[in-house]
Structures are given as C-alpha cells and as structure tokens.
Design a protein around this ligand. Structure first.
Ligand SMILES: [Zn+2]
Ligand SMILES: [Zn+2]
Length: 419
C-alpha cells in the first residue's frame, strides 16, 4: 500500500500513544513535544477511546520525530520505552481489540506464542483502521511487517527510525513468552524500503551458538573488551544498516549472528580481539578502496557511542576535559580514549612530541593476524579524530605512521599540531 497523504490514526491509538508518552516523559515533556509537533490541541485533552479518525498519520510521525529531537542521542532508547509502555497500555485498556482476552498461550510452543501476539497486533491495527496493512512473515525467524507504518510516514533517514515500534514488539513478545528478545528493524520505509520489517532474535539462542566456538584462553594474548566489541557491532549496524552488514558478513563467510551485539557480550577478551580484527578485515575487503573513508566514519561513531554509554566516572572526566583551556584538552582527551580502549593497562598510550602528539596502540587488536603493505587501523584513526574534534571543536591532521600490519612493533598515530 505505502504511505498516502490522507492516512489517519484512529483516536484510540492516539490516546494510547499520548498516554504512554506521558508515562515515560512526564506531563511537561509530553506538552513540549506536542507543541514542537504542532499538536497543541491535545495538551490536557486526550482524544476519546474510540475508532474515529484522530490525527493525520503524518502528524503522528512528526510527534515521533519531535520526541527523537527532544532527547537527541537518547531519543532511540526513549522511543523504545514509550513503545513498551504503549503495548502495556494496549493490554490494560484494549485487550478486546487486541484479541488477547482469555488467551491461553501456556500450552503453545514458543514460536506459536510469538506468532499469536504478532498476529494480534497486526489484526488490532487493521481492525481499527482498514487502511492499515500489517502482516507476519513465518520463516526461519518470525518477522512483523507493515507497509503503512505511521512512525516513518513522510520521513526520510539513512537508518531505520521506527524505534517506538521496536519497543512495542519487544514488549509484546515478552508478554507472550516471558523472555527478552532482541528486536531488529531490518527494513524501514524511511530509507526507501517497501515496508518496515522487524525480526526477533532470542538472546539464549545466540549464546548457545557461541558456546560451540569458545576457545581455550591464551596467556598474554592480545585482548579487546567484549563490551566495546558489542558497541562496535551496534555502531556498524547503525552506520551501515543491518542489511549491508549482513551482506558484508555473508561475503566474508562469517556468521550472520555477528551483526548482533549480544553475540559478542559472552565472549572472552582474547576471542573478542580476534573477532574485532576479522570483522574489520571483512569490511576492508567488502569496501575495497572506499574502506578507509567508511571505517574512519565508523570509528568516529564508535567514539561517540562509547562516550555516550560510558560510566558516570568517565562522563565526569569528559566534562572536566571540555572545561580546560583548549591546548590542554587534546592530550587529556586522548588519554581518556587510550584508557577506554586498553584491555590491559598500558595497551594504548599517549606521548607528547612537542608540539605534536603520538597515540601509540601497542596491543592493536585490529592488526591481529593481518599483514598489509599499508596501515589498516582506520577505525582507531577515526576514533582519535572524533575524540579530538569532540574535545576541541577542530579537525586535526592525523596519520598512522607505523602499523603492526606492516610488521612494525606498534601502531603509531601522529597528530600534527604545529605547522
Ligand atoms: Zn516505519
Ligand atoms: Zn595499525
């Protein structure tokens, strides 16, 4: 069907969206985003719980956009929480519409339970509005699909943006199974796909698959934090899209599960380092001459992600660094990055070569098992670049002057500060 200008959302669903947004953002937060999206008429005045047309779907999409803008980088998590609250509201207030009143799921196998609740969601949407088109795809993994998605209506984005939907589906699957699944939006109309498509990954299955490939721990081997490896996978699927990342893995003969953060969180540090190097090698092969630019950008995104998700102590340090005079910020910011990246203390260090700086990656998990005629540590370079930009607001001239992939002892990045 696709999006049309005259698409509408019915009152009951507007009410559900507003109630759950208020639950998560508070009344002031809700009112702010209502004003920002031109929906002031709903301030203190929710529509009734009926199936009359409530708002244009484009307005509903604008509300989603306003919430995302309101929270900046935290918008995605916030929208997922709203989606979650929204499903709970549906169970509480609209069980009949959902068709779940008195459902006896306990006797069904897990996949059937998931299918049941996804079908119920699609059914409720279609019942409430005949213009809505949603269905469930029953393959190796179940997928929920809608080609009239209201969240991304008349929006465009390079990445999937229907985070509220992800939250609702996750909560629905949890309601039906009692277990947490990771929901991934694999396609989104905002990025030109014909529909929005969501799949469910079960954590336990990923971890079981992982146990098969566990290896003995090697003393003194190069390590890399599984937590950062997980962030790297998330950054990749955000920056490249899940589809592209799947294609990269497929072409390199790597497991498709590598596109998921959870796959890595159960690794040990040594294995994580090996996978970090193999995944980057796969990306370099896939992108060929374009790899440098893409990996630099990914390194930049990874730095932002690490900083965003850092512990309170690191965040406090980061705030202190940005309060220093600019000339002092660079070294301190790079010290912070070196500490974040070091699996063992001293894996990465920063040195002053007045007036320039040298970032030395002694461990360099990127280069494990790699040999090349040119330096390969684009992701690290991208992180250094973004870190310095974050600290100072200026672009810096950075070069990897020696690389372990070329047989050097360390990877060294020179940051030219003097002319
Ligand atoms: Zn969508
Ligand atoms: Zn290197």
């Amino acid at each position: 069907m696709a999006h049309r200008d005259d698409d509408v959302i019915v009152n009951a669903l507007v009410r559900q969206a507003l109630s759950s947004t208020q639950e998560v953002m508070g009344e002031n937060g809700l009112n702010a985003v209502l004003r920002a999206s031109g929906l002031e008429r709903f301030i203190g005045n929710f529509p009734p719980n009926d199936l009359a047309p409530g708002i244009k779907t484009a307005d509903y999409a604008r509300l989603n956009q306003a919430i995302e803008d309101f929270y900046g980088r935290a918008g995605r998590g916030m929208l997922r929480r709203i989606g979650k609250a929204s499903f709970q509201y549906g169970v509480r207030e609209q069980a009949a519409l959902l068709g779940i009143a008195g459902a006896a799921l306990k006797l069904l196998p897990e996949k059937q339970r998931i299918k049941f609740i996804l079908n119920s969601m699609a059914g409720a949407l279609k019942k409430s509005n005949p213009n809505v088109n949603a269905w469930v795809e029953d393959g190796e993994r179940l997928a929920y699909i809608e080609d009239t998605c209201g969240i991304c209506h008349s929006r465009t984005s390079a990445e999937p943006i229907c985070h509220l939907y992800v939250g609702s589906i996750g909560e629905a699957v949890h309601w039906a199974t009692g277990k947490s699944f990771r929901i991934t939006e694999t396609q989104c109309m905002a990025k030109g796909d014909p529909y929005c498509r969501f799949t469910a990954w079960q954590r336990a299955i990923l971890i079981a698959a992982l146990k098969l490939v566990r290896q003995p721990v090697i003393e003194n081997a190069v390590g890399f934090s599984p937590k950062i490896m997980c962030d790297f996978a998330e950054t990749l699927s955000d920056s490249l899209s899940y589809d592209t990342l799947s294609a990269v893995l497929d072409k390199a003969g790597l497991p498709i599960a590598w596109a998921n953060c959870e796959y890595f969180t159960a690794l040990d540090d040594v294995q994580s380092a090996q996978f970090y190097s193999r995944l980057q090698a796969a990306l370099r092969t896939y992108y060929g001459r374009g790899a440098r630019g893409i990996l630099l950008r990914i390194g930049g995104n990874l730095w932002q992600r690490l900083l965003n998700q850092a512990a309170i102590g690191i965040k406090a340090q980061a705030a202190i660094i940005r309060g220093l005079p600019i000339t002092l910020r660079r070294k301190r910011a790079l010290d912070l990055l070196a500490r974040l990246l070091s699996d063992k203390p001293g894996d990465s260090t920063v040195h002053t070569l007045d007036p320039d700086l040298i970032f030395v990656d002694h461990a360099s998990p990127t280069t494990l098992g790699q040999s090349d005629v040119a330096p390969v540590c684009f992701v690290t370079l991208g992180m250094i670049r973004e870190c310095l930009y974050w600290a100072t607001g200026y672009e810096h001239d950075i070069e990897e002057i020696s690389c372990r992939a070329r047989g050097a002892k360390d990877c060294e990045f020179k940051i030219t500060i003097g002319g």
